[in-house]
Design a protein around this ligand. Structure first.
Ligand SMILES: Nc1ncnc2c1ncn2[C@@H]1O[C@H](COP(=O)(O)OP(=O)(O)OP(=O)(O)O)[C@@H](O)[C@H]1O
Length: 249
Protein backbone atom coordinates (compact mmCIF):
# COMPACT_ATOMS: atom_id res chain seq x y z
CA UNK A 1 0.00 0.00 0.00
CA UNK A 2 1.40 3.44 -0.86
CA UNK A 3 1.89 6.23 1.68
CA UNK A 4 -1.12 8.45 2.54
CA UNK A 5 0.73 11.65 1.62
CA UNK A 6 3.30 11.82 -1.17
CA UNK A 7 5.25 14.94 -2.15
CA UNK A 8 7.50 14.80 -5.20
CA UNK A 9 9.85 17.61 -6.22
CA UNK A 10 7.51 20.23 -4.80
CA UNK A 11 8.50 23.85 -5.32
CA UNK A 12 6.61 27.01 -4.54
CA UNK A 13 7.03 30.74 -4.99
CA UNK A 14 4.55 33.54 -4.33
CA UNK A 15 6.27 35.75 -6.90
CA UNK A 16 8.53 34.62 -9.80
CA UNK A 17 11.74 36.05 -8.33
CA UNK A 18 11.40 34.76 -4.75
CA UNK A 19 11.40 30.97 -4.31
CA UNK A 20 9.94 29.88 -0.95
CA UNK A 21 10.09 26.05 -1.15
CA UNK A 22 12.32 23.91 -3.32
CA UNK A 23 12.89 20.24 -4.05
CA UNK A 24 10.55 19.00 -1.30
CA UNK A 25 10.24 15.21 -1.26
CA UNK A 26 8.71 13.10 1.49
CA UNK A 27 6.01 10.56 2.24
CA UNK A 28 3.74 10.20 5.25
CA UNK A 29 2.47 6.76 6.23
CA UNK A 30 -1.05 6.26 7.52
CA UNK A 31 -1.63 6.86 11.25
CA UNK A 32 1.68 8.64 11.83
CA UNK A 33 2.31 12.01 13.46
CA UNK A 34 4.61 14.23 11.41
CA UNK A 35 5.86 17.68 12.35
CA UNK A 36 7.45 20.39 10.24
CA UNK A 37 10.03 22.32 12.25
CA UNK A 38 12.18 25.18 11.03
CA UNK A 39 13.19 28.80 11.58
CA UNK A 40 10.71 31.64 11.23
CA UNK A 41 9.78 32.38 7.64
CA UNK A 42 11.27 29.19 6.14
CA UNK A 43 7.94 28.17 4.60
CA UNK A 44 6.39 25.78 7.17
CA UNK A 45 2.86 27.20 6.91
CA UNK A 46 3.20 27.50 3.14
CA UNK A 47 4.01 23.78 2.96
CA UNK A 48 0.97 22.91 5.08
CA UNK A 49 -1.22 25.18 2.94
CA UNK A 50 -0.01 23.40 -0.20
CA UNK A 51 -0.94 20.00 1.28
CA UNK A 52 -4.33 21.40 2.33
CA UNK A 53 -4.86 22.56 -1.26
CA UNK A 54 -5.31 26.24 -0.32
CA UNK A 55 -2.56 27.22 -2.79
CA UNK A 56 -1.28 25.34 -5.87
CA UNK A 57 2.33 24.11 -6.20
CA UNK A 58 4.56 25.98 -8.65
CA UNK A 59 6.21 22.66 -9.50
CA UNK A 60 6.03 19.00 -8.56
CA UNK A 61 3.12 16.97 -7.24
CA UNK A 62 1.28 16.41 -3.98
CA UNK A 63 -0.91 13.35 -3.59
CA UNK A 64 -3.10 12.46 -0.62
CA UNK A 65 -4.68 9.01 -0.73
CA UNK A 66 -3.25 8.62 -4.24
CA UNK A 67 -5.25 11.63 -5.51
CA UNK A 68 -3.58 14.82 -6.71
CA UNK A 69 -4.31 17.74 -4.38
CA UNK A 70 -5.90 20.46 -6.47
CA UNK A 71 -8.21 22.27 -4.05
CA UNK A 72 -9.21 22.17 -0.37
CA UNK A 73 -11.24 19.12 0.66
CA UNK A 74 -12.97 17.91 3.82
CA UNK A 75 -10.73 14.86 3.57
CA UNK A 76 -7.97 17.13 4.85
CA UNK A 77 -9.07 18.74 8.10
CA UNK A 78 -7.30 22.02 8.89
CA UNK A 79 -7.07 23.76 12.25
CA UNK A 80 -6.04 27.38 11.74
CA UNK A 81 -3.67 29.24 14.03
CA UNK A 82 -6.39 31.76 14.90
CA UNK A 83 -8.91 28.85 15.11
CA UNK A 84 -11.50 30.65 12.93
CA UNK A 85 -14.37 29.90 15.33
CA UNK A 86 -17.62 31.86 15.43
CA UNK A 87 -17.32 33.62 18.82
CA UNK A 88 -21.01 34.48 19.17
CA UNK A 89 -22.19 30.91 18.54
CA UNK A 90 -22.23 28.06 21.06
CA UNK A 91 -19.73 25.22 21.23
CA UNK A 92 -22.45 22.96 19.78
CA UNK A 93 -23.17 25.27 16.81
CA UNK A 94 -19.48 25.67 16.02
CA UNK A 95 -18.87 21.91 15.99
CA UNK A 96 -22.06 21.42 13.95
CA UNK A 97 -21.03 23.93 11.28
CA UNK A 98 -19.08 21.69 8.87
CA UNK A 99 -21.67 18.92 9.12
CA UNK A 100 -24.44 21.40 8.25
CA UNK A 101 -22.45 22.54 5.23
CA UNK A 102 -22.29 18.88 4.17
CA UNK A 103 -26.09 18.60 4.53
CA UNK A 104 -25.81 15.75 7.03
CA UNK A 105 -29.35 14.98 8.32
CA UNK A 106 -30.20 16.53 11.69
CA UNK A 107 -30.34 13.34 13.75
CA UNK A 108 -27.01 12.02 12.48
CA UNK A 109 -25.51 15.49 12.89
CA UNK A 110 -26.67 15.75 16.49
CA UNK A 111 -25.17 12.36 17.32
CA UNK A 112 -21.82 13.28 15.75
CA UNK A 113 -21.65 16.73 17.38
CA UNK A 114 -22.30 15.26 20.83
CA UNK A 115 -19.72 12.52 20.23
CA UNK A 116 -17.06 15.06 19.21
CA UNK A 117 -17.81 17.44 22.08
CA UNK A 118 -17.50 14.52 24.48
CA UNK A 119 -14.27 13.41 22.82
CA UNK A 120 -12.63 16.74 23.65
CA UNK A 121 -14.13 16.82 27.16
CA UNK A 122 -16.50 19.77 26.71
CA UNK A 123 -19.92 18.14 27.20
CA UNK A 124 -20.86 20.47 30.06
CA UNK A 125 -20.03 23.51 27.91
CA UNK A 126 -22.05 22.53 24.85
CA UNK A 127 -24.35 25.58 25.08
CA UNK A 128 -21.70 28.10 26.12
CA UNK A 129 -20.78 30.77 23.58
CA UNK A 130 -17.19 30.52 22.32
CA UNK A 131 -16.47 34.03 23.63
CA UNK A 132 -16.92 32.77 27.21
CA UNK A 133 -14.30 29.99 26.94
CA UNK A 134 -10.60 29.91 27.83
CA UNK A 135 -7.93 29.63 25.11
CA UNK A 136 -7.43 25.92 25.75
CA UNK A 137 -11.16 25.22 25.53
CA UNK A 138 -11.42 27.14 22.25
CA UNK A 139 -8.62 25.00 20.93
CA UNK A 140 -10.56 21.86 21.86
CA UNK A 141 -13.65 23.19 20.05
CA UNK A 142 -11.60 23.86 16.91
CA UNK A 143 -10.28 20.31 17.02
CA UNK A 144 -13.76 18.85 17.58
CA UNK A 145 -15.16 20.87 14.68
CA UNK A 146 -12.43 19.67 12.34
CA UNK A 147 -12.66 16.02 13.45
CA UNK A 148 -16.47 16.01 13.09
CA UNK A 149 -16.27 15.82 9.30
CA UNK A 150 -14.05 12.72 9.57
CA UNK A 151 -11.00 13.85 7.61
CA UNK A 152 -8.35 11.25 6.74
CA UNK A 153 -5.58 13.66 7.73
CA UNK A 154 -5.47 16.40 10.34
CA UNK A 155 -3.39 19.50 9.49
CA UNK A 156 -2.48 21.76 12.42
CA UNK A 157 -0.77 25.13 11.93
CA UNK A 158 0.86 26.14 15.23
CA UNK A 159 -2.32 25.30 17.13
CA UNK A 160 -0.92 25.94 20.62
CA UNK A 161 1.30 28.94 20.02
CA UNK A 162 -1.04 31.47 21.67
CA UNK A 163 -1.49 29.42 24.86
CA UNK A 164 0.37 29.63 28.15
CA UNK A 165 3.00 26.94 28.77
CA UNK A 166 0.91 24.83 31.16
CA UNK A 167 -2.21 24.79 28.99
CA UNK A 168 0.02 23.94 26.04
CA UNK A 169 1.44 20.90 27.87
CA UNK A 170 -2.06 19.70 28.76
CA UNK A 171 -3.30 20.10 25.20
CA UNK A 172 -0.24 18.32 23.81
CA UNK A 173 -1.04 15.37 26.07
CA UNK A 174 -4.68 15.46 24.94
CA UNK A 175 -3.71 15.67 21.27
CA UNK A 176 -1.38 12.70 21.69
CA UNK A 177 -4.14 10.66 23.36
CA UNK A 178 -6.58 11.64 20.60
CA UNK A 179 -4.06 10.70 17.92
CA UNK A 180 -3.59 7.30 19.49
CA UNK A 181 -7.31 6.74 20.03
CA UNK A 182 -8.38 7.76 16.52
CA UNK A 183 -5.23 6.60 14.66
CA UNK A 184 -5.52 9.85 12.75
CA UNK A 185 -2.65 10.78 10.45
CA UNK A 186 -1.59 14.20 11.70
CA UNK A 187 0.69 16.91 10.39
CA UNK A 188 1.75 19.77 12.64
CA UNK A 189 3.65 22.99 12.06
CA UNK A 190 5.48 24.31 15.09
CA UNK A 191 8.33 26.50 16.32
CA UNK A 192 8.60 24.42 19.46
CA UNK A 193 11.31 21.77 19.67
CA UNK A 194 9.68 20.29 22.76
CA UNK A 195 6.25 20.06 21.11
CA UNK A 196 7.80 18.42 18.05
CA UNK A 197 9.65 15.75 20.05
CA UNK A 198 6.80 15.07 22.46
CA UNK A 199 4.26 14.41 19.71
CA UNK A 200 5.98 13.25 16.53
CA UNK A 201 6.98 9.98 14.97
CA UNK A 202 8.83 11.97 12.34
CA UNK A 203 10.13 15.55 12.24
CA UNK A 204 10.87 17.24 8.93
CA UNK A 205 13.57 19.88 9.40
CA UNK A 206 12.97 22.71 6.97
CA UNK A 207 15.86 25.08 6.29
CA UNK A 208 15.80 28.83 5.90
CA UNK A 209 16.27 28.34 2.13
CA UNK A 210 13.05 26.30 1.86
CA UNK A 211 14.61 22.88 1.37
CA UNK A 212 14.52 19.83 3.64
CA UNK A 213 17.66 19.63 5.77
CA UNK A 214 16.86 16.27 7.33
CA UNK A 215 14.00 13.95 8.21
CA UNK A 216 14.37 12.75 11.80
CA UNK A 217 12.59 9.70 13.22
CA UNK A 218 11.88 9.98 16.96
CA UNK A 219 12.56 6.56 18.29
CA UNK A 220 11.06 6.77 21.82
CA UNK A 221 7.88 5.03 23.01
CA UNK A 222 4.85 7.26 23.68
CA UNK A 223 3.84 8.87 25.96
CA UNK A 224 7.32 10.32 26.27
CA UNK A 225 9.18 11.40 29.36
CA UNK A 226 10.28 14.97 28.65
CA UNK A 227 13.16 14.58 31.11
CA UNK A 228 14.66 11.31 29.81
CA UNK A 229 18.18 11.27 28.36
CA UNK A 230 17.05 10.07 24.92
CA UNK A 231 14.50 12.93 24.83
CA UNK A 232 17.31 15.29 25.74
CA UNK A 233 19.51 13.94 22.95
CA UNK A 234 16.86 14.80 20.38
CA UNK A 235 16.45 18.26 21.96
CA UNK A 236 20.17 18.90 21.57
CA UNK A 237 20.12 17.80 17.95
CA UNK A 238 17.19 20.06 17.08
CA UNK A 239 18.53 23.07 19.02
CA UNK A 240 21.74 22.67 17.06
CA UNK A 241 19.79 22.65 13.81
CA UNK A 242 17.88 25.84 14.67
CA UNK A 243 21.02 27.58 15.96
CA UNK A 244 22.88 26.80 12.73
CA UNK A 245 19.94 28.08 10.71
CA UNK A 246 19.97 31.35 12.68
CA UNK A 247 23.69 31.79 12.15
CA UNK A 248 23.25 31.45 8.39
CA UNK A 249 20.78 34.33 8.20
N1 LIG B 1 0.74 35.62 0.72
C1 LIG B 1 2.06 35.80 0.65
N2 LIG B 1 2.63 36.53 -0.34
C2 LIG B 1 3.96 36.72 -0.42
N3 LIG B 1 4.85 36.19 0.46
C3 LIG B 1 4.34 35.45 1.46
C4 LIG B 1 2.93 35.22 1.62
N4 LIG B 1 2.75 34.44 2.73
C5 LIG B 1 3.98 34.18 3.23
N5 LIG B 1 4.93 34.80 2.47
C6 LIG B 1 6.38 34.73 2.70
O1 LIG B 1 6.77 33.38 2.49
C7 LIG B 1 7.79 33.02 3.42
C8 LIG B 1 7.34 31.76 4.15
O2 LIG B 1 6.23 32.09 4.96
P1 LIG B 1 5.55 31.01 5.92
O3 LIG B 1 4.47 31.69 6.68
O4 LIG B 1 5.19 29.80 5.15
O5 LIG B 1 6.77 30.65 6.87
P2 LIG B 1 6.76 29.96 8.29
O6 LIG B 1 7.99 29.13 8.36
O7 LIG B 1 5.46 29.30 8.55
O8 LIG B 1 6.93 31.25 9.21
P3 LIG B 1 6.60 31.46 10.77
O9 LIG B 1 7.36 30.39 11.49
O10 LIG B 1 7.12 32.81 11.07
O11 LIG B 1 5.11 31.33 10.93
C9 LIG B 1 8.00 34.22 4.32
O12 LIG B 1 9.13 34.92 3.85
C10 LIG B 1 6.76 35.03 4.14
O13 LIG B 1 7.04 36.41 4.32
Amino acid sequence: MSALVQLENVAFNYTPDSPILNNINFEIENNTFVTILGPSGCGKSTLLNLIAGFIPTSNGSIKVDEKHVKAPSEERGFVFQDLALFPWLSVYKNVEFGLKMQNIPKEKRDQKVKEMIELVGLSSYSNFPISSLSGGMKQRVALARTLATEPNILLLDEPFSALDAQTRDVLQEELLALHQKLSMTTMLVTHSIDEAIYLSDTIILLSKNGTIKEIVQIDIDKPRDRTSSSYNDYQKKLYEFLRNERQQS
